[in-house]
Design a protein around this ligand. Sequence first.
Ligand SMILES: O=C(O)CCC(=O)C(=O)O
Ligand SMILES: [Mn+2]
Length: 205
Amino acid sequence: MAQIDIFGSYNNVGIQKITDGEYNFEPNFYNKNEADRLYNVLLQNVSWKQESMNIYGKKINLPRLTAWYGDTEKYYSFSGIHLQPLPWLPELSKIKEKIQQFANAEFNSVLLNLYRNGNDSISWHTDAESELGINPIIGSVNFGETRKFQLRHKRTNEKIEIDLNHGSGLVMQGSLQHHWQHQVPKISRPAEQRINLTFRFIKTL
Ligand SMILES: O=C(O)CCC(=O)C(=O)O
Ligand SMILES: [Mn+2]
């Protein structure tokens, strides 16, 4: 967890090697001013959509709004939803450049999530879709409300929790996606909106 220790700094910053994977967490990826500005720009300019899933013939709304931007206008399927990437917005391209440098990797698309309140969430899953290949690198950038990001080892059930704060960056890499699931659970306390961007490299785009 991104706990503040007695020296006033986070205890899980930088590259963290865990069982069967690694992650790199930077709570101050953007400074407060820049994070505030980007939060507003994204809230207003991203084409947020309510997507739904078909579960046993019933249309179920995802518990968050989403948007998908990428290099081409080909379709991509994610959790049974078929999405067509929109062309990059200038601010999204800039965020991509910055997270590419931090991750030391190239990305060609970004999935955005808008968690409107504490009732919005994403449940246990991996980002190991076949289009992402072996050991995919996922670059996550966060604005708005701090929410808990939980990792759970598929075999040992080991759990890790990271508070993804306003302006933070997180890279998941190594074999992490093959061995760990992740989620952002609902919370009962009142919560402001949160924007999450997960940058990916899709081999077939
Ligand atoms: O909101 C987050 O931090 C995670 C989002 C996520 O896991 C995803 O979109 O695949
Ligand atoms: Mn994910």
